[in-house]
Design a protein. Sequence first.
Length: 94
Amino acid sequence: MVTVLDKVLKRQISVDGVDCIVALDPEGIRLTRKGKRRPEVELRWRELVSGEAAMAVALNASLAARPAAPATPAAAPAAASAPAPKKRAVRKPR
């Protein structure tokens, strides 16, 4: 016999020495670091079943694996060589 998930079920886990809270509810699953309010990961059951979550994970992995685009050589030296303008203090009249 299976129990219906009709309210939040929370469990504490440790991931690489970091304590986290896993929350299962009728809408989905959330992984939150212990002591924090904002979840690190949040998946909705509908996204998980339809495959949208897998596509998002694959997209994030491909973006993380891609090297960053190098800065244009013409723009970088010009910005580095130009000093920032100095601000003058305004004196109040006596």
